[in-house]
Design a protein around this ligand. Structure first.
Ligand code: ADP
Ligand code: MG
Length: 256
């Protein structure tokens, strides 16, 4: 039985015109279980975003297999959605209309779109801001809109590429708490790329450490901390032991 999401022996080369080819991923394997929260950490340029784009169906590997529910991923599909670091909101659309974008593209009726956006606005804690424009929102609020927009088409899998990297430290901490609540309520599978080891441990069922480029899975850490998780957990010896172990695995891969 293949895993829910499975990557086997994936190799991916970028061949920019007039420049040397770059092997972004090589011999890359990973398994993701349905409903799990999996974080990926790895040095800059090791192929994390590349892999999420392969899962989204935007780029194809040279060789190897990437599948979901046993079916090869060959292109974009509504069961997979991405949340970006830069939010990717359309400045001329209100919060509600940004959230409804994917449903409009799927030609959903206006009443259905409104029903979905109302539910999501409440889920991500933006009630009262439906008619605001992106420039009127804080960074944390913009990312809530980004998250609601990704959830609007009811995907099974959320691909999150450093979604909190543009937020200040306190907003980031609060957004992590919110994300766990939303993950629990919306019951999605999440693949979460981050540079912050704390964030990866706090959120995840497992943390996957990638090697430097060409990226492959170096080591996987099971995070057995009980859920629901609270902030105090981050200052326990168990948490710090994990943090040190993950850092020790990651640090040899970082080239400066
Ligand atoms: P990460 O997200 O882990 O920081 P990326 O997946 O963005 O890394 O990139 C992996 C490698 O592939 C990097 O060396 C990057 O420069 C290269 N790369 C990414 N996208 C492209 C592209 N469209 N064309 C050429 N090279 C690319
Ligand atoms: Mg990246």
């Amino acid at each position: 039985m293949p895993a829910y999401i499975q990557a086997r022996n994936v190799r991916l080369t970028f061949r920019p015109p007039n420049r040397a080819a770059v092997i972004a991923l090589d011999a890359f394997d990973m398994d993701v279980q349905e409903g799990e929260f999996l974080s990926i950490v790895g040095p800059s340029g090791c192929g994390k975003s590349t892999f999420l784009n392969v899962l989204l169906g935007l780029i194809k590997p040279d060789s190897g297999e990437v599948s979901m529910r046993g079916r090869k991923i060959t292109g974009p599909g509504s069961e997979r959605a991405m949340v970006f670091q830069e939010f990717g909101l359309l400045p001329w659309r209100t919060v509600a209309h940004n959230i409804e974008l994917g449903l409009e593209l799927k030609r959903a009726a206006a009443a259905k779109r409104r029903h979905v956006s109302e539910r999501l606005i409440s889920l991500v804690g933006l009630a009262g801001f439906e008619n605001h424009y992106p420039h009127e929102l804080s960074g944390g609020m913009k990312q809530r809109v980004g998250l609601a927009r990704a959830l609007a088409t009811d995907p099974e899998v959320l691909l999150m590429d450093e979604p909190f990297a543009a937020l200040d430290a306190q907003t980031r901490d609060l957004m992590q708490v919110e994300l766990l609540r939303i993950w629990r309520e919306a019951r999605k599978t999440v693949l979460f790329v981050t540079h912050q080891i704390d964030e990866a441990i706090y959120l995840s069922d497992r943390v996957l450490v990638m090697s430097k480029r060409p990226g492959r899975t170096k080591k996987i850490f099971e995070i057995k901390l009980p859920r629901p998780r609270d902030y105090e957990m981050r200052v326990t010896p168990e948490f710090n032991d994990l943090k040190l172990e993950i850092w020790n695995t990651l640090k040899d891969e970082i080239v400066i």
